[in-house]
Design a protein around this ligand. Structure first.
Ligand code: SF4
Length: 165
């Protein structure tokens, strides 16, 4: 069995899927290495959940719903995106994900507080939370070395996985 793929936020590999039509492209040797090994599986939960690009930004509210600043409820789209991402991850035997910090879908440690005032609080986006609930380890774009260590440890601990060098 070969190394399982790494799920990654599509905006981190340059896909212009952010709410404002831009990307969060990161330039890092580990990303290039994983790309050359065909290990990355890019996905944008918000796009596969049915939201258009560009789209109004949304934040997680105190009651857990997702709303735009104009008060449009997009909880269903965010939830659908999270569930479709999980399905894809399970289908590909994904063990780790690298997701964009601060996003209401992809954030794994920090999110905005729901008041559209650019204030960050501890918390997880809906996709990051669902993946972790199903045993998928989520890293952010600033934890690539940690993700690589985790990937190596997973391969070492599973005799069925042959790590590409
Ligand atoms: S939902 Fe995730 S992948 Fe899509 S634009 Fe936002 S941070 Fe990037």
């Amino acid at each position: 069995m070969s190394t399982p793929k790494i799920l990654i936020s599509a905006c981190l590999v340059g896909e212009p899927v952010r709410y404002d039509g831009k990307s969060n492209l990161i330039d890092h040797s580990l990303i290039s290495t994983w790309q050359s090994q065909d290990l990355l599986l890019p996905i944008c939960p918000e796009v596969i959940g049915g939201l258009k690009t560009p789209r109004p930004p949304a934040e997680i509210q105190l009651n857990g719903s997702l709303q735009t600043q104009q008060g449009i409820d997009v909880t269903a789209e965010f939830q659908r995106g999270a569930e479709l991402t999980l399905q894809k991850a399970l289908k590909h035997n994904i063990k780790i994900a690298i997701l964009t910090e601060k996003s209401p879908s992809c954030g794994s440690q920090l999110i905005y507080d729901g008041a559209f005032a650019r204030k960050l609080i501890k918390g997880q986006g809906v996709t990051a939370k669902l993946l972790e609930k199903h045993g998928i380890k989520v890293f952010n774009q600033f934890e690539l070395a940690e993700a690589e260590d985790h990937l190596k440890a997973t391969a070492l601990n599973d005799p069925n996985i042959k790590r590409k060098q």
